[in-house]
Design a protein around this ligand. Structure first.
Ligand code: PLP
Length: 484
């Protein structure tokens, strides 16, 4: 393939029928979800060394490569994909990916991609509005409004959590940017906060041990009544609390921490309150489920992934601040060639992100919204949360299965209970199931007990698929542990 527009579009025309069939068959539930192969064999089947050394891919030979590539890809649109918290994406977001791939506008500064910049700011305002942190007239009004929150899109929720914690540090210990951390900073949060929180704390040089855990219930929901004693302990030890973190919702269980109660505590003591809504902030769109985030107005910052419940392809997340000043203070650093005052018709996002080069990821969500409208996305969230409750009933009514809690979101855990009562047995079931390619599910531990885990993120997964899942798991379990 030469680097010409006509060669590109010839390739695209050639691959379209295969891609079309791949996604359509996946959606119809034809074939298996995942075919795994030894990595070294797959590299050979894909002919990687030859392609890398010699080049020469073109419209005549591209399908040879693509067919092997697709054969060994995870079929995210297959209704038996009920795995990780990454969306079985709305296909409209692929349009954004394609346009970005062709025009390549890394738009951290306005002049490198005015359209994508304007889309990002409008999307941020839309999200702020859903959080109750946008007070302007319309979301395409970019005038400074002292009552508006602020935010920026990042390449993923982990990066967004790190940004929020940097912002908390800028508030609590502004000298840290120049002089390094004071040696007494701690973060308080659930013992099951997402691992990106602990990583952020380590990356920031606080040391992971300075994450102070609050006890959780038997379903791993933060118990707000312990906050006071945990906080008092940190005070007696001479610590300064940098932030308090809530899960909305928790990664393993999909259960929401008590957002309002934690917020009341933080507001009472003047502590920075961060809500990790990577997965569950999308409930803000739903009249039926937004109550899970009641009390969000008490928070200082939150994060919200779009590649989880807002149906975009990976990867796009937002870090949002109730007070826009906290966004602007996060990176107290100047780069004269970029941040100089100049007469310009737009705004530069670079001062507010960890990333220097940044792609127009807001366009992914824009395309999904442009296809479905916000009501369409709200219906999707309602449907996924609703059917998960239905799946809970189906699974817990099967005499050889049990669920540890009633689901609040679209994450559901369960165990096959008729076999050996060990964590290893559940893991073996999951491994055999995934190896068979019939379903893709995950597993997790809650309070040391291993469960099978579903993220009901595919809009096509229905109760018949769950009945088939139960039968398939049962057959696997019985074959692994035949009764005498
Ligand atoms: C609660 C929570 N926070 C943060 C993250 C990290 O998000 P990302 O995978 O986009 O980096 C996840 C990912 O599953 C999560 O569940």
């Amino acid at each position: 393939m030469k680097n010409t527009a006509s060669d590109l579009f010839k390739i695209i025309e050639t691959i379209i029928p295969d891609l079309h069939a791949y996604v359509e068959k996946s959606m119809e539930g034809q074939g298996i979800v995942l075919k795994q192969q030894l990595a070294s064999t797959l590299a050979k089947d894909l002919n990687l060394v030859q392609w890398i050394k010699n080049g020469g891919i073109n419209a005549t030979n591209v399908n040879q490569f693509l067919r092997t590539y697709l054969e060994h890809s995870q079929r995210m649109h297959h209704p038996h994909y009920i795995g990780h918290q990454v969306s079985s994406s709305h296909l409209a977001s692929a349009v954004a990916d394609f346009i970005h791939g062709v025009i390549n506008n890394p738009m951290a500064i306005y002049e490198m991609g005015p359209s994508a910049s304007v889309i990002e700011q409008t999307i941020i305002n839309w999200m702020l509005d859903k959080a109750g942190w946008f007070k302007g007239e319309t979301i395409d009004n970019f005038e400074d409004n002292p009552n508006n929150g602020g935010g920026v899109l990042t390449h993923g929720g982990s990066m967004a959590n790190l940004t929020a914690l940097l912002s908390a540090r800028a508030k609590v210990a502004p000298e840290a940017w120049d002089s390094g951390n004071p040696n007494n900073l701690v973060v308080i949060g659930s013992e099951v906060a997402h691992y990106s929180i602990a990583r952020s704390i380590s990356i920031m040089g606080l040391g992971k041990k300075n994450m102070v855990s609050v006890p959780t219930s038997k379903s791993e929901v933060l118990q707000a009544e312990h906050l006071e004693s945990v906080y008092k302990r940190t005070q007696n030890e001479g610590k300064t609390v940098m932030a308090v973190i809530a899960n909305a919702c928790a990664t393993s269980t999909g259960l929401y921490d008590p957002i309002d109660e934690i917020g009341q505590f933080c507001n009472e003591y003047g502590l920075w309150y961060h809500v990790d809504g990577a997965h569950g902030a999308s409930a803000l769109l739903s009249d039926k489920y937004k109550g899970h985030l009641k009390g969000l107005e008490r928070a200082d910052s939150m994060i919200w992934d779009t590649h989880k419940m807002l149906r975009t392809s990976a990867l796009c997340a937002a870090v949002l601040f109730k007070d826009a000043k906290n966004l602007t203070n996060t990176f107290q650093q100047k780069g004269s060639y970029l941040f100089h005052d100049k007469e310009k018709p737009g705004f530069d996002l670079m001062p507010y992100t960890i990333e220097c080069t940044k792609s127009g990821i807001g366009t992914k969500l824009f395309w999904v919204l442009a296809a479905e409208g916000e009501k369409g996305l709200a219906n999707y969230i309602d449907r996924q949360y609703d059917v998960t409750k239905e799946f809970y009933s189906i699974i817990s009514n099967a005499s050889d299965f049990e669920c540890p809690y009633y689901p609040e979101s679209n994450i559901l855990c369960f165990r096959y209970k008729a076999g050996p009562d060990t964590n290893e047995f559940q893991l073996k079931i999951r491994n055999e199931l995934v190896k068979s390619g019939q379903f893709y599910i995950t597993s997790t531990e809650i309070k040391g007990i291993r469960y099978l885990r579903l993220t009901v993120i595919n809009a096509l997964t229905n109760s018949e698929h769950i009945q088939t899942l139960i039968k398939t798991i049962r057959a696997i379990a019985i074959s692994m542990n035949p009764q005498p």
